[in-house]
Design a protein around this ligand. Structure first.
Ligand code: SF4
Length: 235
């Protein structure tokens, strides 16, 4: 029986490797079982570039919550046109969304954290779990300096609930590293980044941040507390 690798071993294996080398190592370890989920932010566009430019056998997917920005669809479109590749789209369950919006209205998430988490679960987490089913390794664009919560993560983690590794190849990149790479490689990016939007999610739940504000300050800004996550990346 093939020996199961541990998170620490995997992290050790990736240590000192470039993003390309890390992705190649993961492909060898988990052939046909690697997935990358993009929401078309700066970091995700960098990883998409590495995957598509090098024709890597990693499935690229996105979740269309039904509430994303027009600008996000534009960068989605620009990306598939530039690389001539497909990005698989996952939608939420129609009946569940119809029920929630019928019973609670289109802005239920502003009224309580419980409602907000329900909406994130139905629109993001459930379709994401559908996409991740059967996979062994999930690539994400998380960087350590994006938030306190993300700073407490590691470059490699094991998601017990989903029984899979989560790997963040850009974990040690700075924001400047990311934007310079985008510019140098002429990678399409979300124009909302030019208007002070840093972390971009759904339109009603995202706003621009002021200089010096936390990376996640523009997400669910009406909620208090430091943990600004939707349930996808909570540690
Ligand atoms: Fe719903 Fe807002 Fe979460 Fe999007 S970010 S799924 S609109 S609560």
């Amino acid at each position: 029986m093939k020996k199961e690798i541990k998170s620490e071993e995997l992290a050790g294996l990736l240590e000192g490797k470039t993003v390309e080398e890390s992705l190649q190592a993961l492909i060898s370890l988990f052939p046909g079982k690697i997935i990358f989920s993009t929401s078309f932010g700066f970091e995700d566009q960098v990883l998409t570039h590495f995957i598509f430019k090098n024709e890597l056998p990693i499935e690229v997917i996105t979740i269309d919550t039904g509430r994303i920005f027009h600008e996000t669809y534009m960068v989605f479109n620009e990306t598939i046109k530039k690389y001539q590749k497909k990005i698989k789209v996952y939608f939420p369950d129609r009946e569940a969304i119809e029920k929630m919006v019928t019973e609670k209205g289109p802005f239920s998430f502003y009224y309580s954290k419980e409602n907000r988490l329900e909406c994130c679960r139905l629109r993001k987490v459930v379709p994401l779990n559908r996409a991740l089913a059967g996979k062994k390794c999930w690539i994400s664009g998380i960087r350590a300096d994006q938030s306190d919560n993300r700073g407490r993560m590691n470059i490699v983690e094991y998601d017990e609930g989903r029984k899979m590794f989560k790997v963040h190849p850009l974990f040690y990149w700075s924001f400047d590293d990311v934007t310079e790479f985008i510019k140098k490689n002429n990678i399409p990016y979300n124009f909302l980044h030019n208007k002070g939007f840093v972390s971009i999610g759904c339109e009603p739940c995202t706003r621009a941040v002021k200089p010096g504000e936390d990376f996640r300050a523009g997400r669910w800004w009406w909620e208090h507390g430091r943990e600004k996550e939707c349930g996808l990346h909570i540690k």
